[in-house]
Structure formats: structure tokens, C-alpha cells
Design a protein around this ligand. Structure first.
Ligand code: NI
Length: 256
């Protein structure tokens, strides 16, 4: 488990006067975004929120950048056949992301960086960014032309991809992957005792509606063997992801 203390970069522990001071030296802020959805019979419902939050905070501490509370709810319509899943429709998530970002932009933040833990959020998040740019323009913020938003899904970084290939090969799969489960085992050791070998191999394939998803992937996994997960892998994967995203974030902050 990480022993790093993140209090110095958590927005919710700042006062408004401290945020005001911060804005004199940095216009950047990080928002973790996840999903509350089934992760197979042995994975935690909060997996995508936990992974995004852990990696976002690590990037924040390395770059001395504010990190907002986690937007734990994401677009998980296709997982709604499994109890415990809580999804925002794409149109709702667009509004939520827009409203949260424009709140920050209205007070002078210009570089908004989303650390994402769930593939289903990507298209919606990018649509929300276009709404943010439009609103910043309509509200005639003098800094509107400087506003930039970016989303980076930690599992898509080449460094993480290579590491998951090395650790798990084809058994990484697409959903309820041993890599994401490893990170949750590292963060929350109580989850370790829930892990067990799952008898049936799970298929990979496309994603449509929730009924079709449950027919294709009856236990919720997609092509993965989460029993390969290990808390020590989790530590390593957060490290790899944080290194990759820190580099990407610094490029984003410094770009014109
Ligand atoms: Ni996930």
C-alpha cells in the first residue's frame, strides 16, 4: 500500500483563498474519472474509480498540481445487467463533466486534465470538452482561447500496455483485467480474500446493449483472468502509469 500523503494537493482540503494563491502560479488541475460498474465475480464495483484516483493523485504529487474529488460515476450502460452498477447516460455525463469543468474555468483554471479509468467514458468526455469550449466562448471569458482539456486513460499508455503484456499476456483481456484488479488489491487489501480461480474461460468481443453484454459475457469478464492479479503488480502498474501520465501532463501544461 502506498504510504504517500496526498493532502497537499487535494482540492477538497484547500480553502478558497489557498486556491486563489495557487492560481497565481499554476492554471492546471487534474480530475480523476472512473465508473461504478461490475468487474466480474471477484472484482470490486469501484475498480475504475479506485484506479483513476490512485494514479491521478500520484501525478498530482509529482507535479505539485491540484487534484479534484473523483468523478466516480461514469458511462456504464452496457454493464447495467449486473447488480451494483450505477451508470450515467452519455448525455448526462456530458452535462456533468461540462458543469464541473466550467466551474473551474470560470475562476481562472485553463488546463484541465482528466485521468480516466474506464474506456466507456472516452467518447463522452471528448464531447463534453467541445461543450466547455463553446460555453467559455459564449460567456466571453477573456482567457477562453487558452482553455484546454485533455483525457488520458491510464491503461492506454504504451508503458502500461507493455507491462501488462509481460505480466499477463493474452489473459489481460478487455474487462475486469488482472492489471486493474491488481491496483485495487494494492489499495484495498480486504479485496484479496475475494479472489479465486474462475472455472470458465471468458470470451473477448464487441460491446452493445446490457442484455447482449450479459449473454456474451455471463460472469461479467471480457477475455481476462483476474486471478493473475497481485497487489505487488498493482504498485508497479501505478508507478508505470504515473510516470507515463506525468510526462504527458507536463507536455499538456507547457503546450501553447
Ligand atoms: Ni475497469
Amino acid at each position: 500500500m502506498s504510504t504517500v500523503n496526498y493532502n497537499s494537493i487535494l482540492l477538497e482540503l484547500f480553502t478558497w483563498t489557498e486556491v486563489s494563491e495557487y492560481l497565481k502560479t499554476s492554471k492546471g488541475i487534474i480530475i480523476p474519472i472512473g465508473s461504478i460498474e461490475q468487474h466480474g465475480p471477484t472484482g470490486a464495483i469501484g475498480t475504475d474509480a479506485f484506479t483513476a484516483e490512485a494514479i491521478a493523485r500520484e501525478v498530482g504529487i509529482r507535479t505539485n498540481t491540484l487534484v479534484t474529488p473523483t468523478q466516480s460515476f461514469g458511462m456504464a450502460e452496457h454493464h447495467l445487467g449486473f447488480p451494483g452498477t450505477m451508470s450515467l447516460q452519455p448525455r448526462t455525463l456530458i452535462l456533468v463533466i461540462h458543469d464541473l469543468i466550467i466551474s473551474l474555468v470560470a475562476n481562472g483554471f485553463e488546463r484541465i486534465y482528466l485521468v480516466n479509468g474506464h474506456g466507456g467514458n472516452i467518447a463522452t468526455t471528448k464531447a463534453a470538452f467541445m461543450e466547455v469550449y463553446k460555453t467559455a466562448s459564449l460567456r466571453k471569458f477573456s482567457w477562453a482561447s487558452k482553455v484546454r482539456c485533455r483525457v488520458f486513460s491510464w491503461f492506454n499508455s504504451p508503458e502500461v500496455f507493455m507491462e501488462t503484456k509481460r505480466l499477463y499476456g493474452e489473459k489481460e483481456g478487455q474487462h475486469a483485467t488482472p492489471s486493474e484488479i491488481s491496483i485495487t488489491l494494492n489499495l484495498h487489501p480486504l479485496l484479496i480474500k475475494k479472489q479465486r480461480k474462475l472455472s470458465e474461460a471468458s470470451p473477448s468481443g464487441p460491446i452493445f446493449g446490457p442484455e447482449d453484454f450479459k449473454d456474451r459475457y455471463p460472469d461479467g469478464r471480457m477475455g481476462s483472468d483476474p486471478y493473475l492479479a497481485d497487489p505487488e503488480h498493482g504498485q508497479l502498474l501505478v508507478e508505470k502509469a504515473a510516470t507515463a501520465l506525468t510526462k504527458d501532463f507536463l507536455g499538456f501544461i507547457e503546450s501553447p
